[in-house]
Design a protein around this ligand. Structure first.
Ligand code: F6R
Length: 248
């Protein structure tokens, strides 16, 4: 997997933002939509800050952008401060001119008996939009992409999953205690991510160095779902020096 190492997370964010900016501007000029797969968590925050700056200062127009987020905790109300719905509006959508009807985030409020139908429709909506042009990813310490935890298969699609205990522990601070972290989530599948025409995985910090090393330098394995990206035709890892620290 092509890997670029930058001196700081700000540089990583800047690089990713320039790729997305170019794509949006080219599509806008051609009158076409740009379909973005988006992630939450600490990793993409700098990217979103830079995209907001480009919108405000450089006229980057999001009116033709269609977005699909990777995942949402389940069950969780959209208006909950911990929801990815809230995160995306606060950290990106509120500050740009994306159309509300073009925003898609898995719904943590759907009734249990309606989850399967919701997930099928999410996949259909991605396809109807023309497929993802680029998927932004972070990586969990378990090797998850989206919330596809170890054991996820190459072909899995959007579905309800159970979170790994390590993932729930890593989310504990945001929920004021591990006991408040939902046990489940709705996530795009590995297959959904693999269908994206381009993938940009970002990782920062020493705590990601080990899983980045296992993903890039070991054989492909279900035990590290991010390693499926070894088979993607256009995936790039964007790392800061700390996250690249265990690469040989
Ligand atoms: C978030 C997501 C997760 C995170 C990963 C890293 O939508 O799908 O895979 O990207 O857990 O989280 P951070 O960036 O907080 O270290």
């Amino acid at each position: 997997i092509p890997t670029l190492v930058f001196s700081s997370s700000t540089q990583v964010a800047r690089h990713a933002a320039l790729i997305i900016e170019k794509l949006i501007r080219e599509n806008n000029a051609a009158g076409k939509a740009t379909v973005l797969g988006l992630a939450t968590g600490s990793t993409p925050m700098g990217l979103y800050r830079e995209l907001i700056r480009m919108h405000r200062e450089e006229g980057l127009d999001f009116s033709r952008v269609i977005s699909f987020n990777l995942d949402e905790y389940y069950p969780l109300a959209k208006e909950d401060t911990q929801s990815y719905h809230t995160f995306m509006h606060d950290n990106l959508f509120k500050h740009i001119n994306i159309k509300p009807e073009n925003i898609h985030i898995p719904n943590g409020e759907v009734k249990p008996e309606e989850i399967d139908d919701f997930c099928l429709k999410y996949e259909q909506a991605i396809r109807r939009a023309g497929g993802l042009d680029v998927q932004i990813l972070g990586i969990g310490r378990t090797g998850h992409i989206g919330f596809n935890e170890p054991g996820s298969t190459r072909t899995c699609r959007t579905r309800l999953v159970t979170l790994d205990p390590i993932t729930r522990r890593d989310a504990a601070a945001g929920f004021f205690g591990e006991e408040n972290v939902p046990h489940r989530a709705i996530t795009m599948g590995v297959g959904t991510i693999m269908d994206s025409r381009k993938v940009l995985l970002m990782a920062y910090g020493e705590h990601k160095a080990r899983i980045v090393q296992r993903t890039l330098e070991n054989d492909l394995t279900e035990a590290v779902p991010a390693s499926f990206l070894q088979r993607h035709q256009d995936a790039t890892f964007l790392l800061d020096t700390a996250a690249a620290g265990e690469l040989t």
